[in-house]
Write a protein that binds this ligand. Sequence first.
Ligand code: KIV
Length: 276
Amino acid sequence: MYVDNASVPARKPVTVPGLRAMKAQGRKIVMLTAYDASFAHQLEAAGVDVALVGDSLGMVVQGHRSTLPVTLEHMVYHTAAVARGLHATLLVADLPFMADRDTGHTLEAAARLVGEAGAAAVKIEGAAPHILDAIAALTARAVPVCAHLGLTPQSVHKFGGFRIQGREQEAADRVLAEALAVQSAGADLLVLEGVPSALGERVTRAVQIPVVGIGAGPHCDGQVLVIYDMLGITPGRRPKFSKDFLAGRNSVAEAIAAFAEDVRNGAFPAPEHCFD
Ligand code: KIV
């Protein structure tokens, strides 16, 4: 059986400029991860705005302890599968660990994720000088870029674990400066992960590009979760910033629809999903 979107109500495709318009209009952006065509179809059917093929697949699909073992081949394979399940939902794919080792590699990786696999944008972690160069080089070639700041999982060893970032004033100021820097370099979208809600609000107000939070409080322009976390099927303890949307519901479709509704009406994230 193949994934057929014929039964899904037609929607206008979500675009990168469209996401910026959503920020300007105060309409929340709904984003979820997906790793295969069937889940992509579920996102499409629920009217999710953005599907992210995250390198979190290294943890929730492949069973690793971090995202670092994920390769470009893995990302291309899963991105192509997700692309086959989508129609109007915008597709963003992660650049895996070390794809940013130099700008040439970053461009080649983006060419495969966008040109071969069908992503509309690529996500890159951090704001080091070579990352800003890579964002500028991608932007110059009309590849939309989603930046990723705060608790960037590819820096897990530097951070000494998956730790909330930006709690002290100096660290918070640094995250804000990084957000302004990735925006200046040309980023179109920013995922902000694992920071206090007050910093999430500061960053969201300071930049013109949409900020999609995960554990970054309710004031971001949108919210993203790892789909297996929000279905309650990730083994082990559920992260504080996530919620089991399948609990008390009858289907994956209902759970995704509830997430989309709660993000759009501001019910998610609630205080218990946020950090001080
Ligand atoms: O890899 C991923 O799924 C991500 C999200 C957690 C934002 O980067």
